[in-house]
Write a new protein. Structure first.
Length: 290
C-alpha cells in the first residue's frame, strides 16, 4: 500500500478550485494498488495529508460520498451540478440517461467522483472529467454530428456521445485492448445507448487510436481519454473545419487541451485545466506497466 504522497489520480483534474479538489480526492485512500503509481514530488501539488487530516468539509464530503453513499446515478449528476462541474442541462440529461454503474467493474463504487481501475493498467475517468469533456464538446455533439472517442475503455463516454448526436449521428470508439472493446460493447448493450449500437450509429473498434479512425472522418468532435506526449497528427487531420478535439497532452504534468480547427483549416489550441491521465501509448507498453 502506498502512502498519500504517492497517490495518483488518473483521468482526474489536480489543480482546481478548492471544492472541486475535494470532489477529486475523496476516495484516494482506496483502490490504488491496482494502478501503476508515480510519485508526487511537486511541492505545488495539493498536500494530501493536510487535506485528509485537517479539513472538516473534506470529511463531510467523504462521509457523504462513500458511506451514506450516493447510490443513484441521478444523485451523482445533481451533485456535479451543485458543485458547478455541470452547468449544461443537456449534459446533465445525458449523464442521467446513461447509468455509470453499468460501466464499472462489479464491486466498484460507480458514483464516487474518482477514477476507478478497470484492469489492463488503466482506469475509467472520474465523473467530473467526463462531465467536463462533454461540456467542452457540447456544441460539436449536436444531433447528426460525427464524433470519435480515442481510448474508449469502458465505453461510458462513447455511449454518452452517441446519445448526444442521436440516431442520425455517428460515434466511433477506438480502444487498443480488445478485451476492453468486448466488455464495452456488453456494457453499452445494457444501457440506454443499446439501440444506437444495434442500428449502427455507434460502433467500437480495436485499434491504435493514435491513428484515429479514417473510415468515419472527418469528425465534429474528437475526445482522447489518455494523455498524448504530443497531439497525434492523424487526429488533427481527421477533425472537420469547425470541429473540436479535447485531449490531455503531456507526460507527468498534463494539460487538457482544447483544439479547434477553424473554418480556414488553421488550428487554435488552449489549455483548459491541469489533469492526470494514463498515457496514450502502445498496447505493449501499457500491459508492461509503462
Ligand atoms: N475514457 C475511458 C477510458 C479512459 S483510460 C473511460 O473513461 O472509460 C484510457 C484508455 O485509453 C484505456 O482504456 C487504454 O487502454 C486506452 N489507450 C491507451 N493508449 C491507446 C492507444 N494508443 N490506442 C487506443 N487506446 C488506447
Amino acid at each position: 500500500m502506498m502512502n498519500l504522497s504517492t497517490v495518483i489520480a488518473y483521468g482526474c483534474r489536480y489543480r482546481t478550485p478548492p471544492i472541486k479538489q475535494l470532489l477529486n480526492y475523496t476516495t484516494f485512500l482506496n483502490h490504488h494498488h491496482h494502478l501503476h503509481l508515480l510519485p508526487f514530488n511537486n511541492p505545488k501539488l495539493p498536500n494530501f495529508n493536510l487535506l485528509h487530516t485537517g479539513n472538516c468539509l473534506f470529511f463531510g464530503m467523504e462521509r457523504f460520498w462513500s458511506r451514506s453513499g450516493i447510490s443513484k446515478n441521478k444523485q451523482m449528476v445533481e451533485h456535479l451540478q451543485r458543485y458547478g462541474v455541470i452547468s449544461s442541462m443537456k449534459v446533465a440529461e445525458v449523464l442521467e440517461t446513461i447509468d455509470r454503474a453499468l460501466f464499472v467493474p462489479d464491486g466498484t463504487s460507480a458514483y464516487v467522483d474518482s477514477p476507478m481501475p478497470i484492469g489492463y493498467n488503466v482506469t475509467i475517468s472520474a465523473p467530473h472529467m467526463h462531465a467536463t469533456c462533454l461540456q467542452l464538446l457540447e456544441e460539436n455533439l449536436q444531433p447528426g454530428m460525427h464524433a470519435l472517442d480515442v481510448g474508449s475503455g469502458t465505453g461510458y463516454l462513447t455511449a454518452c456521445f452517441a446519445i448526444m448526436v442521436g440516431p442520425q449521428g455517428r460515434v466511433v470508439g477506438v480502444e487498443h485492448i480488445p478485451e476492453l472493446v468486448a466488455s464495452s460493447i456488453k456494457n453499452i448493450e445494457k444501457s440506454a445507448a443499446a439501440p444506437l449500437l444495434k442500428e449502427g450509429s455507434l460502433s467500437l473498434h480495436a485499434g491504435d487510436g493514435r491513428q484515429g479512425w479514417p473510415e468515419c472522418a472527418p469528425y465534429d468532435a474528437i475526445h482522447v481519454g489518455a494523455a498524448a506526449p504530443e497531439i497525434p497528427q492523424p487526429l488533427i487531420d481527421q477533425l472537420k473545419p469547425g470541429g473540436r478535439m479535447v485531449i490531455p497532452v503531456g507526460n507527468t504534468f498534463q494539460d487538457l487541451q482544447v483544439v479547434d480547427k477553424n473554418l480556414d483549416g488553421s488550428i487554435s489550441i488552449r489549455s483548459e485545466t491541469s489533469v492526470r491521465y494514463v498515457p496514450l501509448t502502445s498496447r505493449d507498453a501499457q500491459l508492461r506497466g509503462y
